[in-house]
Design a protein around this ligand. Structure first.
Ligand code: F3S
Length: 91
């Protein structure tokens, strides 16, 4: 797994894998971030840059309307599994 240059190296060994899913099982359709929980850890946009971005203060934000494009489901699960604040909601 590659991380962007700004990703803290001490976190590289602490990334939790997304749990394997069966075909068609628990496939997220949308992602959202609970703004009350997000503390700006940045793992979401480092691990799934196709789904998340950051605002001017480093807090996570969902790109677009949060729809998870085909092929990005694993990134959605990976981001959710690694948000320390459990701020990412998959529906
Ligand atoms: Fe916020 Fe969690 Fe991302 S704290 S910046 S939603 S990793």
């Amino acid at each position: 797994m590659r991380f962007s240059p700004g990703f803290p190296s001490e976190l590289a060994g602490q990334i939790y894998p997304a749990l394997p899913r069966g075909e068609g099982e628990d496939v997220p359709v949308k992602v959202r971030i609970d703004d009350k929980c997000c503390q700006g850890h940045g793992r979401c946009y480092e691990l799934a840059p196709g789904l998340f971005g950051d605002d001017d203060e480093g807090y996570g934000m969902v790109l677009g309307d949060g729809t998870v494009p085909p092929g990005e489901e694993q990134g959605a699960h990976l981001a959710a599994a690694n948000c320390p604040e459990h701020a990412i909601v998959l529906t």
